[in-house]
Design a protein around this ligand. Sequence first.
Ligand SMILES: *[C@@H]1O[C@H](CO)[C@@H](O)[C@H](O)[C@H]1NC(C)=O
Ligand SMILES: *[C@@H]1O[C@H](CO)[C@@H](O)[C@H](O)[C@H]1NC(C)=O
Length: 429
Amino acid sequence: MQSKLAFGFALSLLFGFASGNGFFSEETISAFNFGLENEIFNEQVISSFSVMDYGATGNGQIEDSQAFHKAWKDICNANAGGEIVTLEIPRGKTFLLNPLVFQGPCKAKAIHIQLGGTLIAPLSTSWANEGVDTWIQFSNVDNLYLDGDGKIDGRGSIWWQSCMKKSVYGILFVCKRRPVALHFNNCNGLQLNGLTHLNSPRAHISIKNCKDVIVSDLKISAPDESPNTDGIDISDSYNVQILQSIIGTGDDCVAINGGSSFINITGVVCGPGHGISIGSLGDVGDYDTVEQVHVKNCTLRDTQNGVRIKTFQGRSGYARKISFEQIVLSNARNPIIINQFYQDKGKLSKGIMKAGAIEISDVAYSDIRGTSANDQAIDLRCDNVVGCSNIVMRNIDITPGVDCPKTYAVCNNAHGTATETQPRVPCLS
Ligand SMILES: *[C@@H]1O[C@H](CO)[C@@H](O)[C@H](O)[C@H]1NC(C)=O
Ligand SMILES: *[C@@H]1O[C@H](CO)[C@@H](O)[C@H](O)[C@H]1NC(C)=O
């Protein structure tokens, strides 16, 4: 299955991105696709595989995981002379997949999975008990490029029902253990582009232990009331760009968790959902850090929160060098929040205040405007010992939305400055 394709130009583009050369603009993406389909650049041998050659049916009824597994073994072991190996998942077909792990490291320098079709998860929750926490997982695969106009549908509603049923009886709100739809562990140089992600049982995409990642032009969608269906979760990762994506789910659109630094989120439209969150930090383990997170040119529409930093009490570490700029709010509840006293229902006993907090510093908010769905538009709740320092607000105008007569700010132990900020923030000078 060796084929000759023009690749030199496309390849240099790909590695250009992988080395963090900046933005993944529409022009460069179409140039990339153009390079793939037209033999106008210098020829190089690449390997190309299709899941159809491995016995996949693509009829949405018969389970196709074995075919994907076999195709992966060949791709991962293909030695394409340091070039890209491509796996084609064709358009117009639907592939029913049981939980799969695509394990690396691979021999090829880069792996390109072109997803035109639709991947669907089983309509059963039986595998939850086997300790499987992910539906589709990539592990230790460098320079993985997953793109196309296909869909990944987690068909999560049966899983969500397992949460909702219990709450009806008012006993305990405990969900069945649920999988993340698409998980990347230790995938450096990862790029995700163009796909539609639907109805995950839990988070749609999680990125852990990865560096130099570009995510662009995704659509992620699940109902407002679906529990814990985060759009994109990032943890223990470095240099991640999330660009131009539309995310509407039942939980955080993007959540940045501990161990992450140099994370840029630009041009994301979020809603419904819980907004863009840093944290919860200190969720697992006692020490957690996040720094250099920049959220820019994002829209939050009908979200439960806007831009939020939440850290568990009684832990240590820091969240610092964070900026939120050019944010448009449309009927967002709690547009700006810092909460250093976060507690998860069920994890800490009620009423017990634990000493200590994760330090929050150097947080800049600028050019934030639009409407709030509740009156408390700015809420800075910081610990009286550790506190929040160098909080800078500039050019903020949050006005009352429908059913909200006025907006105001509350704050405790937050230090810094505010200029041209409405509502007025009493604790900032
Ligand atoms: C991330 O955002 C910051 C602040 O806007 C910017 O200075 C930096 O260049 C951005 N990084 C990338 C790789 O785009
Ligand atoms: C801002 O984000 C929107 C998507 O909400 C995008 O269409 C627009 O091009 C972005 N503008 C800039 C200057 O990045």
